[in-house]
Design a binder for this molecule. Structure first.
Ligand code: ATP
Length: 817
């Protein structure tokens, strides 16, 4: 049997140094009698002025492990903070997590009767006025502790960036930026905490964190917390830690699963109470599996993770339609509703209601907050599903989540542990399931095992004729061939009983070609068993397609979801496991209930023959919303009239559009703009490089001894030459000599190099008009005036400019502004 480190350690009163009485009262009144191991290890070190780097499994109580020391350090500090000064800053990567940390902090302050003012700073205000109101409110309150997300904290502590000097990826360009006044000062800050530090310290938040760190004093305590703290020392240095104490809480297991199979002790990065399973199955069966899971368990709370926002939106609409169909969302009146319900009843039946929620980063903040709160507030015993992206993978402490399902394995492998960690928190039990496609994705099992996340095989769920759920394949289930022939070889199919994949049923006599394919696969190490067909799962897909054929919103969202899924798959971080070549496109498209394969350049080389197109003219699929449908019909009619009488221009436009559609993914408008910008940059760089090369060539010619003498006598010649770089040197000499009528040039005391430098400087400063001026003296005067103005302007700008420090080291200055 497995054993583990205990979930709880010593009582709070055993802490050395002792907690102050108000804080002790507060934690005890929360009903927490003992500390968790991570609290026991972290709180004393952090309270005794050490920097800390803390790594402990999800749900192990890290939030209190930093909230308590933050308050203790502030209470022990002798510094009196002014109204606009803050003493502590806690940074979180997402708004939901920031809100949650703020809630814990507020509660401890309230229960302990402490006189501290925390303030939550997260983005997402719907208007500039709201943001201004929030700022005014904050200034009036004069908070001591700020909890927030990097971008908003940067605005408050460093001043808002007024000029667009942040690139799209968030990095500040070398020219620095012009900022407004900071709304709060962190010059006398005592303590900084980075929750989910590994996420914060990766590149995504670099610019904001650099700015924030530069506004903090060097003399401060810093704590980094995460369930997946990376080892990278550079990250710790970037956060400005000095001799940090490392607290690492390991979960050790004795017995089965992991290295402990031989009776030894193994370590795992996930809580012991969490059981993680994988299910290898073709992608068009995932939806049926999810519904069967819901049906086979009594009312439970599920979180289902997808890789893209579009997929969350689509499945949210679809599952609402499937699980809570009402007359408003089913077109065709009561009869249609009844027939849809009857079809669904064959496939899914529970005697309780299931609420569906969604959460992703592209939702407006208000909706994001309300949907999250509604799901979190579901009482235990009520069934609910939250569909989300990784925005809800870290830190969220949603009560009583029973099961985590991952439709797609995460792009960032670290997210896997965080996603699963939304269940089995603080000693409670929970389960997680991840779907893997047959083939190379099965390597993910070993990949995670190496990262100390052991997984066991999960059971494929079947549905019997009477609708109940079972682990046994129905009798007479026929062998199912994969429908994907994207490759010459079929993608790997399931395995045998032992690994928990659906039981393979071998057909009768094998064709030689079949044998050859099998051999080939064996050589590549892929599984070769076949899946019994799942008629009920196919029925479900047919129902989804019928729904899409009658509801344009679902049809379009499905397409978008599929396109975004394929694109995200192609960018998977673990590309050697999630191989684009082995993605079963046809089955994946069926899994999204598509009516046809969308035209994507990514799919161009894949044969589409086997994707069974739904027999419908997609232009006839209506929106259920009458206003949207009216607008669509009007657009359609206008387009039709235009195509009936195309004039010459339109013809050309259509041709261009057609060509464009053939070459570009239809969802790529944004990417395209970026590509244009990039191409322009490349062109500019090329132009500069060519100009430089030309100038170098010219300088080489100038240094040619035979010309040197001639040029030394005539400084104007050099100037003209540099102004008209495209003409060859000898032509220039000839032109200049003709122009000057072979006059004797003015004597000069300058060396040739000085002359060239002089002329170059003039060329850079004087506009092309003035450089052609016949009187060089006039140029000098104009130039001098311009130069003075320029210098004055530059000095002014320099005073205003934010001093950007790209380093994160200890040597950082005390503040930017
Ligand atoms: N000493 C304690 N005794 C009992 N329950 C506790 C204790 N400390 C924290 N908890 C509870 O444990 C749960 C998880 O805590 P918390 O959210 O801090 O975990 P975490 O380690 O930050 O997880 P994650 O890595 O997912 O962010 C919370 O519901 C919290 O109330």
């Amino acid at each position: 049997m497995a054993q583990a480190v205990p979930t709880f350690g010593s009582p709070w009163t055993a802490l050395q140094p002792r907690l102050s009485q108000p804080i002790l009262d507060a934690v005890l009144s929360l009903g927490f009698e003992s500390m968790t191991p991570v609290q026991e290890g972290t709180i004393p070190a952090f309270m005794q002025n050490s920097d800390v780097v803390v790594e402990a499994a999800t749900g192990s109580g890290k939030t209190l492990a930093f909230v308590i020391p933050v308050l203790e350090l502030l209470m022990r500090s002798t510094t009196r903070l002014a109204h606009s000064e803050v003493g502590a800053v806690i940074i979180s990567p997402t708004r939901e997590l920031a809100r949650q940390i703020f809630g814990v902090l507020e509660e401890i302050i309230k229960l302990g009767g402490l006189d501290y003012k925390p303030y939550l700073v997260i983005g997402g205000s719907s208007s500039a006025t709201d943001t201004a109101d929030e700022l005014a409110q904050m200034k009036e309150l004069g908070p001591d502790i700020l909890v927030g997300t990097p971008g908003r904290l940067e605005d408050i502590l460093c001043g808002r960036l007024k000029r667009g000097n942040k690139t799209k990826s968030g990095t500040i360009t070398a020219s620095g930026g012009i900022r407004g006044r900071p709304s709060a000062s962190a010059q006398r800050l005592e303590v900084l905490v980075l929750d989910e530090a590994d996420r914060l310290l990766d590149m995504g938040f670099e610019a904001s964190l650099t700015a924030i760190f530069s506004a903090l004093p060097r003399q401060r305590r810093t704590g980094l917390f995460s369930a997946t703290m990376s080892e990278g020392l550079s990250q710790l240095m970037r956060a400005g830690l000095r001799n940090p104490v490392r607290v690492q809480v390991q979960v050790q297991v004795q017995g089965r699963h992991g290295a402990g199979d031989d009776g030894g002790i193994s370590e795992r990065r996930i809580p012991l109470t969490l059981s993680v399973k994988y299910l290898v199955c073709p992608p068009d069966r995932k939806l049926a599996q999810i519904l069967r899971h819901i049906q086979s368990n009594s009312a439970q709370k599920y979180i289902v993770y997808f890789s893209t926002c579009a997929a969350v939106d689509y499945f949210y609409k679809l599952l609402r339609r499937l699980l809570c169909p009402t007359a408003e969302i089913v077109p065709g009146g009561k009869q249609a509703l009844r027939s849809e319900r009857q079809r669904l009843a064959r496939l899914f039946r529970v005697d309780y209601s299931v609420s569906v929620h969604s959460l992703h980063g592209q939702m407006v903040q208000k909706k994001r907050q309300s949907t999250y709160s509604a799901f979190a507030a579901l009482p235990s015993g009520e069934a609910g599903i939250l569909l989300c992206t990784d925005v809800a993978s870290r830190g969220l402490d949603i009560p009583d989540v029973d099961c985590i399902i991952q439709w797609d394995p995460p792009t960032d492998p670290k997210s896997f542990a965080h996603r699963c960690g939304r269940t089995a928190r603080a000693g409670r039990s929970g389960s997680a399931l991840v779907f893997l496609n047959p083939g190379s994705e099965e390597t993910y099992i070993d990949f995670l095992a190496l990262r100390k996340i052991p997984m066991a095989p999960g059971a494929y769920l079947w549905q019997t004729e009477d609708g109940s759920i079972t682990h046994d394949a129905p009798e007479g289930a026929v062998v199912c061939e994969t429908s994907d022939d994207s490759d010459d070889e079929e993608p790997g199919l399931g395995g045998g009983e032992d690994d928990g994949r659906p039981e393979g049923e071998e057909g009768g006599a094998e064709e030689p070609a079949d044998k050859a394919a099998k051999k080939k696969k064996k050589r590549r190490g892929l599984a070769v068993a076949r899946y019994p067909a799942d008629a009920r799962s196919n029925e479900l897909i047919a129902l989804v397609r019928d729904i899409a054929a009658g509801d344009r919103d679902i049809y379009e969202r499905g397409k978008l979801a599929f396109v975004s899924f394929v694109q995200s798959y192609l960018k998977h971080e673990a590309m050697y496991i999630f191989r684009a070549k082995e993605l079963p496109i046809i089955e994946a498209a069926r899994g999204f209930g598509l009516l046809h394969l969308p035209s994507m350049p990514e799919l161009r080389k894949r044969p589409k023959g086997k994707f069974e197109r739904y027999d419908i003219d997609t232009d006839t699929i209506p929106f259920l919303d009458s206003k949207r449908e009216g607008q669509r019909l009007a657009r359609l009619a206008a387009a039709k009239t235009k195509t009936q009488q195309p004039d010459k221009d339109d013809d050309a436009k259509l041709k261009r559009k057609k060509k464009k559609n053939n070459t570009d993914a239809w969802s790529n408008a944004k990417d395209e703009r970026e590509q244009v910008r990039e191409r322009r940059l490349v062109r500019m760089k090329k132009r500069d490089a060519a100009a430089e090369a030309k100038e170098k060539q010219l300088m080489d010619q100038i240094n040619d001894p035979s010309l040197r003498e001639l040029l030394a006598k005539d400084p104007l010649l050099v100037k003209q030459m540099l102004n008209q770089r495209d003409k060859s040197l000898r032509d220039m000499v000839k032109i200049a000599a003709d122009k000057r009528g072979r006059q004797q040039p003015a004597a000069t005391t300058q060396t040739l190099e000085e002359i060239v430098e002089d002329a170059r400087r003039r060329r850079a400063q004087v506009s092309s008009d003035s450089s052609d001026s016949s009187d060089p003296e006039d140029d000098w005067e104009a130039m001098a005036r311009k130069e003075k103005i320029r210098e004055r302007l530059a000095a002014k700008t320099k005073r205003k400019r934010f001093s950007f420090n790209p380093g994160f080291s200890d040597e950082e200055g005390d503040g930017a502004d």
